[in-house]
Write a protein that binds this ligand. Structure first.
Ligand SMILES: Nc1nc2c(ncn2[C@@H]2O[C@H](COP(=O)(O)OP(=O)(O)O)[C@@H](O)[C@H]2O)c(=O)[nH]1
Ligand SMILES: [Mg+2]
Length: 443
C-alpha cells in the first residue's frame, strides 16, 4: 500500500533530518517536494495544494525554525496535517437503539460492494451483532449467487427474491431482519460500469424507501481520481454517511485515500485489504498517516498479533532475543508466526523504518516452504549454532534439502539480517511501551 508515496516521503524526511536548522527556504522547498509527491500519487491537485499551503503556514508559524530537532518537528507537523486530511478520527458504524440498523451499500459495478457486504457482516458479527444480508442486485445473474455463496461461507443468512424489484426486495429483507431480531441488515445493491441516471434513480429510490442509518459508498482505491469523481456524484445524490475504500492491498498509489475525505467531507470508515473475508480494516486516520509517511503502524500490528499469535512462544523468543540467543530454529518459528499475520511484505511494512531496511530483500512467501526444507536438513547442533555452518556443511544442507547452495547462503544471510534488525529495533525502542508490547506478541 502506498509504496511510491512512502519512498518519496522517506527521501524528503531524510533530507529534513539532516538539516541542523531549518530556514524558510527549506520549508518552501519541502512543500514543493511534498506537492510533487502527492500529485504523482494521483492526489487531487486542489487537495495537494491546500495541504502543502497548510503545512507551510503551520511550519512557519511554529517554533520549528528554532527547535533543537527542527527536522523532527517539521515531520511532526506534516504527520498531524495528514491525519487531519484523512479525517482526524476513527468513524465506526452507528447502531440505532431500535434495531435493525439498516446499512446500504452503493457504488459502481466491480467496486467491491458484494464482497464488502460479506466482509462487513463478518466484521460486525465479531462484535456480537446478528446480521442479515439482502441481495438486491438483480441485474447480473451471478450477483445474487455470489452473495449467497459468501453468506454460506460465513454462515450469515441472505435474503433472496429472484423475481421482484430491488426496492421491494430491500423492504422485505428489512421485515425479515426485524422478525428474526437482527441487529443490522446490509443491503447489497446493483452498480453500473459508469455513473448513469437509471442506476442513480434506483439507488436513490431504495434509499428513500428504506431510510438507512448508514449509506456507505464503496469505491475501488486503485482508481485514484476516478474514485474522487464518482464519490462526488454519489454523494450529491445520496446522503452518504461514509466511504469504504477497497482493494487497498493492490498497488493503490494513495490518491483516492488522501483526496476522498477532503473533497466529499465524508469519512472513510473502512478499507478493504484483501479479497478474503477477513480483509476489512477499520480506518484510522492517524495510523494511516503514519503508514503513508513510512513511520509504520505498530498499533495495527499489535492488534493483529494479539488476535493471532501464540503468546507463550512470543515470550520465549523475546527472552532469547534479549539474551541474543536467537537461533535458526527460532527464525523458523518467527517466520511461521509472521505468516499468520499476512504476507512477509505486508507485516514488515507495518514496522517503523522496516521498509527502508528490507528494501531489495526478497520477500516471496513461497520461500517459507523452501526455508523450512533447508532448516530441516540441518543438524540440531547447526541450528543452535549457525556460525559453524561452513562451506562443506552448506553443500551438504543444499543436497539434503534439494535446494541450491546459493539459497542456503541467502537463508543464512536473511537470518543474520533479521537478527540484526531485531537487535536494533529492540534497542531503539527499549523505552517504548507499545513496541515492547509488540515484541511480546510477535516474537
Ligand atoms: N484484492 C482485493 N480485491 C477485492 C477487494 N474487494 C473486492 N475485491 C474484488 O473485486 C471484484 C469485484 O468485487 P464485487 O464485490 O463483485 O464488486 P461489486 O460489483 O461492487 O459487487 C471481485 O473480484 C472481488 O474479489 C479488496 O479489498 N481487495
Ligand atoms: Mg455486486
Amino acid at each position: 500500500m502506498f509504496e511510491q508515496l512512502q519512498d518519496r516521503f522517506n527521501l524528503i524526511f531524510r533530507q529534513l533530518r539532516g538539516l541542523g536548522k531549518i530556514t524558510e527556504k527549506n520549508i518552501t522547498d519541502t512543500g514543493r517536494e511534498i506537492r510533487r509527491a502527492l500529485l504523482e500519487a494521483d492526489v487531487n491537485y486542489k487537495v495537494a495544494r491546500d495541504f502543502v499551503n497548510s503545512v507551510i503556514e503551520n511550519a512557519k508559524g511554529s517554533p520549528v525554525l528554532k527547535s533543537v530537532t527542527p527536522g523532527q518537528q517539521f515531520i511532526k507537523i506534516i504527520h498531524s496535517e495528514l491525519t487531519d486530511l484523512l479525517g482526524k478520527q476513527t468513524e465506526k458504524i452507528q447502531f440505532v437503539s431500535k434495531p435493525p440498523t439498516i446499512i446500504l451499500l452503493a457504488g459502481l459495478q466491480g467496486s467491491g460492494k458484494t464482497t464488502t457486504a460479506a466482509k462487513l457482516a463478518y466484521y460486525l458479527r465479531t462484535q456480537g451483532k446478528k446480521l442479515l444480508m439482502v441481495a438486491a442486485d438483480i441485474y447480473r445473474p451471478a450477483a445474487v449467487e455470489q452473495l449467497v455463496k459468501l453468506g454460506e461461507q460465513i454462515d450469515i443468512p441472505v435474503w433472496v427474491e429472484e423475481y421482484n424489484d430491488p426496492v421491494k426486495i430491500c423492504l422485505n429483507g428489512i421485515d425479515e431482519a426485524k422478525s428474526t431480531n437482527c441487529d443490522a441488515v446490509i443491503l447489497d445493491t446493483a452498480g453500473r460500469l459508469h455513473v448513469d441516471s437509471e442506476m442513480m434513480e434506483e439507488i436513490v429510490q431504495i434509499s428513500e424507501m428504506t431510510k438507512p442509518q448508514e449509506i456507505l459508498f464503496v469505491v475501488d482505491g486503485m482508481t485514484g481520481q476516478d474514485a474522487v469523481n464518482s464519490a462526488t456524484v454519489f454523494s450529491s445524490a445520496l446522503d452518504i454517511t461514509g466511504i469504504i475504500l477497497t482493494k487497498m492491498d493492490g498497488d493503490a498509489r494513495g490518491g483516492a485515500a488522501v483526496s476522498l475525505t477532503a473533497i466529499t467531507k465524508k469519512p472513510i470508515k473502512f478499507i478493504g485489504t484483501s479479497e478474503k473475508i477477513g480483509g476489512l480494516e477499520l480506518f484510522h486516520p492517524e495510523r494511516m498517516a503514519s503508514r503513508i509517511l513510512g513511520m509504520g503502524d505498530i498499533v495495527t500490528l499489535v492488534e493483529k498479533a494479539e488476535s493471532l499469535l501464540d503468546k507463550e512462544q512470543s515470550l520465549r523468543i523475546t527472552e532469547k532475543l534479549r539474551k541474543q540467543e536467537f537461533t535458526l530454529e527460532d527464525f523458523q518459528d518467527q517466520l511461521k508466526q509472521m505468516r499468520k499475520l499476512g504476507s512477509m511484505e505486508e507485516v514488515l511494512s507495518l514496522i517503523p523504518g522496516m521498509r527502508r531496511i528490507t528494501k531489495g530483500l526478497v520477500m516471496d512467501d513461497n520461500q517459507l516452504i523452501w526455508t523450512e526444507a533447508i532448516i530441516n536438513s540441518m543438524t540440531h547442533h547447526e541450528r543452535q549454532n549457525p556460525g559453524i555452518i561452513n562451506g562443506s556443511r552448506r553443500k551438504r544442507i543444499a543436497m539434503g534439502s534439494g535446494r541450491s547452495v546459493q539459497e542456503v547462503n541467502s537463508l543464512l544471510k536473511q537470518y543474520n539480517q533479521l537478527k540484526m534488525m531485531m537487535k536494533n529495533v529492540s534497542k531503539i525502542n527499549k523505552n517504548n511501551r507499545m513496541m515492547n508490547r509488540y515484541f511480546r506478541m510477535i516474537n
